[in-house]
Design a protein. Sequence first.
Length: 161
Amino acid sequence: MNVDGSKYARLFRRENLLTLVAAGGVGELALEFFAWWIVPATLGKPMRPDVLVADLARSLLHVDISVVLAVSLHLAAGILIFPLLFVVARAAIGFKTTLIPAAVYGVILWLVAQAVLAPLAGRPVMLGWIANTWASLVGHVLYAVVFAHALVWLTKGPAEK
C-alpha cells in the first residue's frame, strides 16, 4: 500500500494554514454569535465554553486560569486546532464533499465536549441532558458547517462553489 504523503503535505503549506485560520475564524464567529445572542434569547443565558475550559484547567492541572485565557484557549481551538483536525481527517478518510463530513465532525466535537470534557471538569455526562446540551449540539454543528463552507469558499472562490 502506497500512502500519498503529498495530500497531507499540501495541508500544511503556509497559504493553506492561513486559509484554515480564516475559515476557522468564520466558523468561530458563527458559534460565538449563536452562543452569545441566539441562545440567551431562547434559553435565557449564553453558552459559556470558557467556563468549561477554566473548570478543566482547575480539575486536570490544579490551576485557576483567567476568563481571558479560557476564552483565548477556546478560540484557539476553534480557529486553528479543530480546522486542522478536520482537514487531516477528511484527507485520511478520502471525503471529497464538505457538508456531511462537517456535520458529522460537529457532532463528534459536541460528543467530546459533553461526554468526555464535561465529566473531566466535574460536570455530569452530557450536562444531564439539559437545554444547554442541545444548544451545544446545534452550536458545534453550526461551527463545523460554517467553517467547512468558508473553507470551500476561500479555497475555490465564490464562483466555483
